[in-house]
Write a protein that binds this ligand. Structure first.
Ligand code: FUB
Length: 421
């Protein structure tokens, strides 16, 4: 079970997330980055041999349903291609169609395959052949309200074609989507509809690395008009980004990736999500990437406050073990520093605080509700050279959803997580 803040998955590399709502749950179909070695793929490049699917019904706890497709199961694919790039999955008439690009056997370039399942969690059974007439990567399928399905993909340009009702064959000739930027790589199309407007979203290298842009149009095949930027280039230096946009329980979300768990190698990426909103005219409000991410955490969870909503400038976040990024992060707060962690649900009668903390010379901290400036506790932390769990009895905390502020008033505290009981 992955505990979501950004990045969403902490025990493996994930990229290119396509988020879909099936049966009241949010499913995410990402690519699965691994590290190439001399005998596995191309060292220094993307390396992907399989796909996992993740699901959540509260956006904070994510379940990894395990491998749903491996390159060795696809009859037409190069079994040592390590090129299972950005996928998509859609539902039609109770069947789930998983679209994926990969390298074919004995041929250059990429083809797009379909694997079919009775469940969004798989197992998915790949078709014997890739989709005829399609060369490229990053498949995306949009089913319009009249039932017509469209396949989008990239390969220099962004292409669209209608799909037959069997979802595995083209029903029209591929067309290049016109009027998109001519300069700079475009890839990763993802189309959605809102209020009868169609949004074609795509990563585009307008400057040095990819940023997320979109175009709007009156139909799934356009004409589209380039409208704006959804997210600027990654502040973590990740060359790629790749998006999907989904509405879940009346809130829109942007799923994307950076390289949080691999700061020095941006082909090992990590999926993220942040809330997204629209202006009155239907344009998208640019999304600022956050570490806090989405969902309301329970106060009784181990709250990773290093995935903060905001912090004082001099507070820092570091890997617990720089040699093993999957072990996560901690926050280092000196006197005067604070860190805020928003949207935490306090059930009734919580009156205990646990902190996993290290403080060489002791420290004093204050915990408060940032949204109401209400102090919950002023605590003196015991000296400890290693992380240890310090336990404090508090007055019963007011129930409800609160933003938490942790402030160090004297000394230095290195905090891994906090938890209320
Ligand atoms: O993950 C491999 C490729 O990188 C994807 O197919 C592109 O969209 C980019 O994210």
């Amino acid at each position: 079970m992955a505990k979501a803040q950004n990045p969403l998955v902490l025990d493996q590399y994930t990229a290119d997330p396509t988020a879909r709502v099936f049966n009241g749950k949010l499913y995410v179909y990402p690519s699965h980055d691994i590290l190439c070695t001399e005998d596995k793929g191309r060292v220094g490049w993307f390396c992907m041999e399989d796909y996992h699917v993740f699901s959540s019904d509260n956006l904070t706890a994510w379940k990894d349903h395990g491998e749903i497709l491996n390159q060795t199961e696809v009859a037409w694919a190069d079994p040592s291609g390590y090129s299972m790039w950005a996928p998509d999955c859609v539902e039609r008439d109770g069947k789930y169609y998983f679209y994926f690009p990969t390298k074919p056997k004995d041929e250059k370039g990429f083809k797009i395959g379909v694997a079919i399942s009775d469940s969004p969690e798989g197992p998915f059974v790949p078709q014997q052949e890739p989709i005829a007439g399609v060369n490229g990567i990053d498949p995306n399928v949009f089913i319009d309200s009249d039932g017509q399905a469209y396949l989008y993909w990239s390969g220099g340009n962004i292409f669209v074609a209608k799909l037959k009702p069997n979802m595995t064959e083209l029903a029209s000739e591929p067309e290049v989507i016109a009027n998109l930027p001519q300069e700079g790589l475009k890839e990763g199309p993802f189309v959605f509809k809102r209020n009868d407007q169609y949004y074609l979203t795509y990563p585009h290298v307008a400057n040095k690395t990819e940023r997320l842009e979109y175009a709007m149009g009156p139909s799934p095949m356009g004409p589209f008009t380039v409208t704006g930027v959804i997210m600027d280039e990654s502040p973590t230096g990740c060359w790629t980004n790749h998006q999907s946009i989904v509405n879940f329980k009346d809130q829109w979300y942007l799923f994307y990736h950076h390289n949080d768990l691999s700061p020095d190698f941006d082909k090992n990426r990590s999926i993220r999500a942040d809330s997204l909103s629209f202006n009155n005219d239907g344009t998208i409000v640019k999304v600022q990437p956050t570490l806090r991410g989405i969902g309301i955490n329970e106060a009784t969870e181990m709250l990773q406050i290093d995935r903060y909503s905001s912090k004082s400038d001099s507070a820092t976040v570091q890997f617990n073990n720089p040699e093993a990024p999957f072990q996560g992060w901690h926050a280092v707060l000196n006197a005067g520093d604070f860190i805020k962690y928003n949207q935490v649900n306090f059930e009734d009668k919580l009156s205990q605080l646990l902190l996993n903390v290290k403080t060489k010379e002791g420290a004093e901290i204050e915990i408060s509700f940032a949204n109401s400036d209400e102090s919950i506790a002023k605590l003196t932390l015991a000296n400890s050279t290693d992380f240890n769990i310090q336990d404090f009895e508090l007055d019963t905390i007011k129930s409800g959803i609160h933003d938490i502020k942790v402030q160090v008033t004297s000394g230095t505290a290195t905090i891994d997580w906090i938890q209320f009981k």
